[in-house]
Design a protein around this ligand. Structure first.
Ligand SMILES: Cc1ncc(C[n+]2csc(CCOP(=O)(O)OP(=O)(O)O)c2C)c(N)n1
Ligand code: SF4
Length: 280
C-alpha cells in the first residue's frame, strides 16, 4: 500500500488504549482522504469531546475541537463560510446521539456537505465506560452494574426517518470496506452519516471483535428503497449489515442558499464601522 498518506500524520502522542478500534478508523480515514486527492490545507476535521473526538489532533489538517455534543454547529458554520473546505466530523456515539442528539436531528434537515463519522463503541469511553444511547438493554456498564434498563436509540433508522440521503454503517477493523464507504460519503453531495461499529476493549466486553465477526455481514448493493434501508438499519444485534444502506440525492443546504458563502462576499467595512459607532 502506498504510504504517502503519511502527509496527514502528526507527531502528537496518541492516547488511546492498546487494541482500541479508533486506531483502525484513524488510519482508514487518512488513507481515504489521501486517495481522494485531498490535501491538509483543504481538509477540515471537526469534533466534540471524547476518545473519538481526539481524532483532529492526530490528523495533519485544519481542525476544530468543539464542546461535548457540539461538533456539528461549528462544522456547519465552517461549511457556510467556506464550502471549498472538505469537512469530516469525527465523534463518538455519546457525543453525537446523546449530548449532541438535537444537533444530529436538525443537521439532517439542513443537509450540508459534511461527512460524519460516528465511532460507535456503545459506551462513553473517555469517561470510563458509562451507558451511552447505543448501549444495549441488559448490558452491564460501569454505571449500570445490574444491566442497562433503557432500550437503545437506533441512529440509522432515526437518520432515515429524518430524511437523511446517505446512510451507511462500517466496522472499524474492516478497513478496506470502511475506506470505500468514507470515499463514497465524501462524494455524496449533502450530509453523509457513517455509523462505525468500534470495539472498546477497555469498557465494552460484549461487542468484541469476535462478536462483530460473528454478527456482521457485507451489504454490497446499491439501495434507494427506503423500506429496505429501514429494515437493514434495524439490525444492530445480529445479522448486522455493513455497507451503504441507503443513497438518494436530495437538495443540499448549499443548493438551497441563494447567497454567496461568506468567504466570497464583499466586506463593507465602512458600513460596519458606521453601525458600530451608533452604539458609542
Ligand atoms: C457538556 C458535557 N457533558 C459531559 C462531559 C463529560 N464527557 C466527556 S467525554 C464524554 C463521553 C464520551 O463518550 P462518546 O461520545 O461515546 O465518545 P468515546 O469517548 O466513547 O469515543 C462525557 C460524558 C463533557 N465534557 N461535557
Ligand atoms: S476507553 Fe475504549 S474507546 Fe477509549 S481509547 Fe480505550 S478502548 Fe478506545
Amino acid at each position: 500500500m502506498n504510504d504517502t498518506f503519511k502527509i496527514f500524520n502528526t507527531n502528537n502522542k496518541i492516547s488511546w488504549c492498546p487494541g482500541c478500534g479508533d486506531f483502525s478508523i484513524l488510519l482508514t480515514l487518512k488513507q481515504a482522504i489521501f486517495e481522494l486527492g485531498l490535501k491538509p490545507h483543504n481538509t477540515m476535521i471537526v469534533s466534540g469531546i471524547g476518545q473519538a473526538a481526539k481524532t483532529p489532533q492526530y490528523v495533519n489538517a485544519n481542525s476544530f475541537n468543539s464542546l461535548h455534543g457540539r461538533a456539528l454547529p461549528p462544522a456547519l458554520g465552517i461549511h457556510m463560510a467556506n464550502p471549498d473546505l472538505n469537512i469530516f466530523v469525527t465523534s463518538g456515539d455519546g457525543d453525537t446521539y446523546g449530548e449532541g442528539g438535537n444537533h444530529f436531528i436538525h443537521n439532517i434537515r439542513r443537509n450540508p456537505n459534511i461527512v460524519h463519522l460516528v465511532y460507535n463503541n456503545r459506551v462513553y469511553g473517555l469517561t470510563k465506560g458509562q451507558t451511552s444511547p447505543t448501549t444495549d438493554i441488559g448490558s452491564i456498564t460501569t454505571n449500570a452494574v445490574e444491566g442497562n434498563k433503557t432500550p437503545p436509540l437506533n441512529p440509522l433508522t432515526l437518520a432515515l426517518t429524518m430524511g437523511a440521503g446517505f446512510v451507511a454503517r462500517g466496522y472499524a477493523h474492516h478497513r478496506e470496506e470502511l475506506k470505500e464507504i468514507i470515499k463514497a460519503a465524501y462524494n455524496y453531495r449533502g450530509y453523509a452519516i457513517v455509523d462505525i461499529l468500534q470495539p472498546c476493549p477497555s469498557f465494552n466486553k460484549k461487542n468484541t471483535p469476535k462478536w462483530y465477526e460473528q454478527n456482521t455481514y457485507f451489504f454490497d448493493e446499491k439501495n434507494s428503497d427506503f423500506n429496505k434501508a429501514y429494515n437493514l438499519a434495524s439490525h444492530v444485534n445480529e445479522d448486522i449489515p455493513l455497507g451503504i444502506l441507503y443513497e438518494v440525492q436530495k437538495d443540499s443546504y448549499l443548493d438551497r442558499l441563494q447567497k454567496k458563502p461568506l468567504q466570497k462576499r464583499i466586506f463593507y467595512g465602512k458600513d460596519a464601522e458606521k453601525f458600530i459607532s451608533g452604539f458609542e
